[in-house]
Each structure stands twice: as structure tokens, then as C-alpha cells.
Design a protein. Structure first.
Length: 116
């Protein structure tokens, strides 16, 4: 079993930056990748980006070049640095941990609102 807890989030103006953090605990030796997804009101959850235990990251086209995922394996944490935020980035952001069996554990989510 893996537990995932996010922190960060909040209200930011368009063009601003925000950082989200996520920590995994429990059976962390089974974790292959960690990442972030988001869900805006009335929309399906979409993958924002993911990073493997070897540091290989991939991103959704909508955030590539603006968002950066980093991972500290020693601390079992993953960080999402979000720059040049846009109103369409407003959503609940969820951290996930993917184990070797491709089972995904989710955090409780944190709200990000981009508005002037």
C-alpha cells in the first residue's frame, strides 16, 4: 500500500508561478513513477506529467515548456513547478504514484486557481 499526500496550491494571477509538492509513503520500493494529473470543472481528469524513478519525464502538450516535474528519490517526493500560469490551468491537481504492477495510487487533490 502506498499513501500519497500533496501540498501547495492556491490562487495565483495569470503569468504567475506556483509549486506543488507530493510525498509518498508506505511500500515506496514498489513505486516506478510519480506524477500529476488535473481535473477542471466539467472535464475529465488529464495527465499533466510523470517522471520515472530514473528521472525520465514526460508532459502533456498543453503544459510543456511551462511546467517542470522533478523527483527526489531519497525523500520520496515529486515537485511540480508551474510557470506562466494561464486561467485554463485552473483545476484540482492530483499527485499519483504508479507501482511496478501499474496500479496507481492517488492523493486527495489540491486546488489551483489562476485568476486576476
Amino acid at each position: 500500500q502506498v499513501q500519497v499526500v500533496e501540498s501547495g496550491g492556491g490562487l495565483v494571477q495569470p503569468g504567475g508561478s506556483l509549486r506543488l509538492s507530493c510525498t509518498a509513503s508506505g511500500s515506496i520500493e514498489s513505486i516506478y513513477a510519480m506524477g500529476w494529473s488535473r481535473q477542471a470543472p466539467g472535464k475529465q481528469r488529464e495527465l499533466v506529467g510523470q517522471i520515472t524513478d530514473r528521472g525520465r519525464a514526460n508532459y502533456a502538450e498543453s503544459v510543456r515548456g511551462r511546467f517542470t516535474i522533478s523527483r527526489d528519490n531519497a525523500k520520496n517526493t515529486v515537485t511540480l513547478q508551474m510557470n506562466n500560469l494561464k486561467p485554463e490551468d485552473t483545476a484540482v491537481y492530483y499527485c499519483h504514484a504508479l507501482n511496478m504492477g501499474l496500479y496507481m495510487y492517488w492523493g486527495q487533490g489540491t486546488q489551483v486557481t489562476v485568476s486576476s
